[in-house]
Write a protein that binds this ligand. Structure first.
Ligand SMILES: Nc1nc(=O)c2c([nH]1)NC[C@@H]1CN(c3ccc(C(=O)N[C@@H](CCC(=O)O)C(=O)O)cc3)CN21
Ligand SMILES: CC(C)C(=O)C(=O)O
Ligand SMILES: [Mg+2]
Length: 293
């Protein structure tokens, strides 16, 4: 968010209180667009984004008022059982993106372009992004990389496809960069700022900042006019995103330190499965009310 927008936010009138216009919890029943996102950010509203990978979960988040849903390639880790996001394919993203679109009425659905679907160049990026727009019905795509991806972003935007960029830790490059905090030190910080400006200049409507120091994320947010979406980037970004299975305590094993767990669905699901199993073994399920004669 620009300084101008920050000044709007702290102007005597204060931020907009018209909840029908608000991005989160707004009353509009039409689908949210990139224009709504830009307008909300200009009004100084912070907004939430969650990942979703199926129609049922997406409908829960849609009814909860989550305005933007990301069909993340983190589906590789959490839903498909891969070690990293690297093996995720276009077919997997396309299928689950279509499900999330079917499960939502109001949210803007953004699909990750998976590793290998845009690195060959802008033409490959356009072919694969077009497939997700036409076949899955998403409203935007996301791809990783700053300066290195600016040509891809530019061609997609010229073709009328809204693009969310993703810089800082870019998990598709795990084999080269690991999962370390990015942008530490003066040189790395300058590179992150160049990456942020490059994706804005290329026409991205928003940019994810993953695992960067909070002070740097806040500086990027002040510098850009497009919204920044933080994950492990502190409280100074315009929006926040989390992998939903981390947020609800469903992910097995280790989760990143930047995650906050708002529920323990792993416990709830496990307890339900055990109770069902105990009742089957004990002969108390099914009971009379579950039985036909
Ligand atoms: N379940 C899940 N949650 C995520 O947030 C997520 C995925 N999967 N898969 C794709 C990427 C990979 N992500 C990761 C993975 C590991 C760390 C991690 O281990 N971070 C260390 C900090 C390392 C440092 O200090 O430099 C940590 O302790 O959190 C962070 C982000 C974020 N994304
Ligand atoms: C964590 C977010 C930004 C993401 O790219 C994903 O879920 O794949
Ligand atoms: Mg991703």
């Amino acid at each position: 968010m620009s300084l101008q927008a920050a000044q709007n936010q702290s102007s005597p009138a204060g931020p907009s209180t018209d909840s029908s216009k608000a991005l989160y919890g707004g009353k509009s029943t039409r689908r949210i667009t990139v224009h709504d996102i830009a307008a909300a950010t200009e009004r100084g509203e912070k907004w939430p984004m969650l990942t979703a990978y199926d129609a049922m979960t997406a409908s829960v988040f849609d009814e909860a008022g989550i305005p933007v849903m990301l069909v993340g390639d983190s589906m590789g880790n959490v839903h498909l059982g891969y070690e990293t996001t690297v093996p995720v394919t276009m077919d997997e993203i396309a299928m689950l993106s279509a499900a999330v679109v079917r499960g939502t009425k109001r949210a803007m659905v953004v699909a990750d372009l998976p590793f290998g679907s845009y690195q060959e160049g802008p033409v490959q990026a356009l072919r694969n992004a077009t497939r997700l727009i036409k076949e899955s019905g998403v409203g935007a795509v996301k791809l990783e990389g700053g300066e290195r991806s600016h040509e891809q972003i530019r061609l997609l935007v010229e073709a009328g496809i809204p693009v969310m960029a993703h810089i800082g830790l870019t998990p598709q490059s795990v084999n080269a960069m690991g999962y370390r905090v990015q942008g530490r030190g003066e040189e790395a910080a300058q590179q992150l700022l160049r990456d942020a400006k490059a994706v804005q200049d290329a026409g991205a409507f928003a940019v994810v900042l993953e695992l960067v120091p909070a002070e740097l994320a806040a500086e990027v947010t002040r510098t850009l006019h497009i919204p920044t979406v933080g994950i492990g980037a502190g409280a100074g970004t315009d929006a926040q995103v989390l992998v939903y299975t981390d947020m609800v305590g469903l992910t097995g094993g280790k989760v990143p330190r930047f995650t906050k767990q708002y529920a323990n669905l792993r416990q709830v699901l496990g307890d339900a499965a055990k109770e069902f199993a105990d009742e089957v073994v004990g002969g108390t399920f099914p009971a009379a009310e579950h039985t036909f004669h």
